[in-house]
Design a protein around this ligand. Structure first.
Ligand code: PHE
Length: 357
């Protein structure tokens, strides 16, 4: 009997020492296997008397059951431990905040362009888009720019392949070529509508007014804190029968005051020169208060469209007249948000850009 108690104790101890199911099965074999301790004891019964067999057999069975119970208990304990370990490894903290998809936002200059389009849209202006690679004709010649004008020099203009010596291609230096492109299309459309297709003469028939803005990217050989080789412009053109400088003043003043949400904003039209307008003016604005108060800040070039340009639109300057302006949306964005380095807009630094979301 003492022997059996010892075997059961040894089995329990061995099972306790097993730390994996495989270890445990090995220990099991030592006690319950084909040549295990219990089997050996059973074999020993053969030499005993019937009476002793009964007694000893029952005792061995009892010990066997005790060992099996210990084995099962240990199996369960190991399985439980494994489950706990797995649960811990795969633990899910349901109180953690969810992973959010970063909310995108429009670039500050795009916000300005949207604003410009909305404000001019409310004044009946269409929006036109045009190519950034332009011909010398649309960028300069059609805009009454003489052959030897300094703006045409390689110092100022990026020339690109694909044109000829007489008609080079370039990256548009301003959005003014859109004056010509848009007006030519406009005139063509209304000539057709009025049954007067191109007869080679300047058009002096009826047509609705041309009222358009043309925002977009422009390029010049220039780079510092306030100039970038790529920058934005927005052209404006209003051509009709009696569109004068006073309309320009009214429209542009209204635009600036709406854009900056400041009805006290003061504008100054400073005499200037552009080959495609006559007379011409630079437009400066002044804030009545705030950090920029009292300073004149240039925001656009403008003027009464030159008769030669009206002709290049296909229109008779004896009947049609209007104004044009070209403003700098980058500059407007800097003024509106108090940004002092233009390059920040084009560096793509998310820390800067996300402030405008
Ligand atoms: N195109 C001129 C510039 O880039 C601006 C301008 C546009 C001036 C239209 C007059 C009329 O400086």
């Amino acid at each position: 009997m003492n022997d059996l108690t010892a075997v059961v104790e040894q089995a329990r101890a061995a099972f306790e020492l097993a730390h994996t199911p495989a270890d445990l099965e090995n220990s099991k074999a030592i006690f319950l296997g084909k040549s295990g301790r219990i089997t050996e004891l059973m074999k020993g019964l053969a030499s005993l008397s019937i009476e002793e067999k009964k007694l000893q057999g029952a005792a061995i069975n009892h010990a066997k059951q005790a060992i099996e119970a210990a084995l099962n208990a240990r199996r369960q304990a190991l399985a439980e431990r494994e489950l706990q370990a797995q649960l811990q490894a795969e633990a899910l903290d349901v109180t953690l905040p969810g992973r959010q998809r970063g909310a995108g936002g429009l670039h500050p200059v795009s916000l300005t362009l949207e604003r410009i389009e909305a404000i001019f849209g409310s004044m009946g202006f269409e929006v036109a888009q045009g190519p950034e690679i332009e011909s010398d004709w649309f960028n300069f010649t059609a805009l009454n720019t003489p052959e030897d004008h300094p703006a045409r020099s390689m110092h100022d203009t990026f020339y690109v392949e694909g044109g000829s010596d007489q008609a080079p291609n370039l990256l548009r230096t301003h959005t003014s070529p859109m004056q010509i492109r848009h007006a030519v299309q406009h005139v063509k459309k209304h000539r057709l509508a009025h049954g007067s297709p191109n007869d080679g003469k300047l058009y002096s028939g009826d047509m609705p007014e041309i009222r358009v803005i043309a925002p977009g990217r422009t390029y010049r050989v220039d780079s510092d804190a306030t100039h970038s080789p790529m920058f934005h412009q927005c052209e404006g053109l209003w051509v009709g029968e009696a569109i004068s400088f006073k309309d320009l003043k009214y429209v542009f003043t209204d635009f600036c005051r709406t854009f900056f949400e400041n009805p006290e904003l003061v504008l100054r039209f400073r005499p200037s020169f552009f080959p495609f307008t006559e007379p011409s003016a630079e437009i400066d604005i002044q804030f009545p208060s705030g950090p920029l108060a009292g300073r004149w800040l240039e925001v656009a070039g403008s003027g009464q469209v030159h008769p030669n340009v009206i002709r290049n639109m296909g229109l008779d300057p004896e009947r049609y007249i209007g104004f044009a302006f070209g403003m700098g949306p980058d500059r407007l964005t800097m003024l509106r948000y108090g940004v002092n380095d233009l390059r920040l807009f084009f560096d793509g630094d998310i820390r800067f850009l996300s402030q405008f979301r």
